[in-house]
Design a protein around this ligand. Sequence first.
Ligand code: DUC
Ligand code: ZN
Ligand code: ZN
Ligand code: ZN
Length: 485
Amino acid sequence: MSTVIKGGTIVAADRSYEADILIEGETIKAIGPDLKGEKVIDAAGALVMPGGIDPHTHLEMPFMGTTAAETWESGTFAGLSGGTTMVVDFAIPNDKGMLAAFDDWYGRADRSASGDYSFHMCVTGWDERTFDEMETIVGRGINTFKHFMAYKGALMVNDDEMFASFQRCAALGALPLVHAENGDIVAALQQKYMAAGVTGPEGHAYSRPPEVEGEATNRAIMIADAAGVPVYIVHVSCEQAHEAIRRARQKGMRVYGEPLIQHLVLDETEYFNKDWDYAARRVMSPPFRDKSHQDSLWAGLAAGSLQIVATDHCSFTTEQKRFGLGNFTKIPNGTGGIEDRMPVLWTKGVETGRLTENEFVAVTSTNIAKALNIYPRKGAIVPGADADLVVWDPKLSKTISAASQKSIIDYNVFEGVQVSGLPRYTLSRGEVVWSDGQNSTPQPGRGKFIPRKPFPAVNKAVSKWKELTAPRAVTRSPEHMPIGV
Ligand code: DUC
Ligand code: ZN
Ligand code: ZN
Ligand code: ZN
């Protein structure tokens, strides 16, 4: 079957131009004027963009004593309805290890996802099995490993563990990702506020100030450089973290920064003088910040010091949030955004003149595909690429509301936000999977795992210490030893 998308303006990361797109099977066959196909999709007056990639989701994730309620089925379909055709979710090993975690995540996604997917594998400690399993995981098509510097006593890794894992990433051609918050300071501040009787959701924000994120971001970057590996900082929420990233990039370090749509638009007043449910629904880590940080994040996207906009979609119901009544440290951390990322970024970014339409495509798709090494199969409109496309209609508008969302959560942190710019059609590998006003339904199991190869040898460190030590000085020892000296 061939399909032609007719009469639209193609918007790529580098330019916009008028052309039709011919799709054959699952991929783009040709781009040009007056193309013919058996089926025609009307893109008159619309922009045709590469499908959005959300590089940061936690669907059905077991976390903080419960499990994120957004499922692979509801989450990926919600994504398609908002123009996101692929998600990259975090697989978290338990004591059965990484291979079991891969099988677990793969099994659920394979059964339930409507859109394409990949995983990042989390490194939650350091031992021989982890060292060995990382190589097997790379062989299965995962080239990114995530490290939590927070969640002390649970997911958190210490510096020695992170350094060992980063060196292993360098050797395997993998990219480390980091949740950068100083977990020791967070734990101390949590105790302090609870002891002082600050038990509500505002305590969550007080206990995770920007300094905690700035310190950890800088530390992660320095450790990555010492290990000779690039690093990707997830959910950059504040100027302190952004500053560390800017400084590193100026020195020639390969550091990626990923703000979330939530932090770009919502601020800390969401936690203060609000009813408990309202504020708890917005508890995520890092927390929303003072408005001044938003200007820094928007500037970073325009300047290129921040390259990617994600969601950290990790959605809990109000009932689950209430586990933390009387103790903010027990409120499951996470908010949603998978369905709203692109419309909200368009409305608050492109329509306000903060981003060009091409920058919009870069930060929602193309830069992500490049950073995760799936470009140009994803993130590009070129012959041979997967036909993951959004026919984006800047004139379509709506008011965001939990009542009408595809997500199965009982609220939406963007409730009441007016957006203009929505998908008229979303295509996943050549098939229309979302069509405005047409009662599209999820297609569980349709989504495919997209393997990601190791990176080419770009893992250059700026620091010089490695020249003084053996080149392959990674220990296989389970001890948390300083490495290689
Ligand atoms: N932050 C959240 O808010 N939820 C999931 C994990 C995280 O780091
Ligand atoms: Zn340990
Ligand atoms: Zn995180
Ligand atoms: Zn996350």
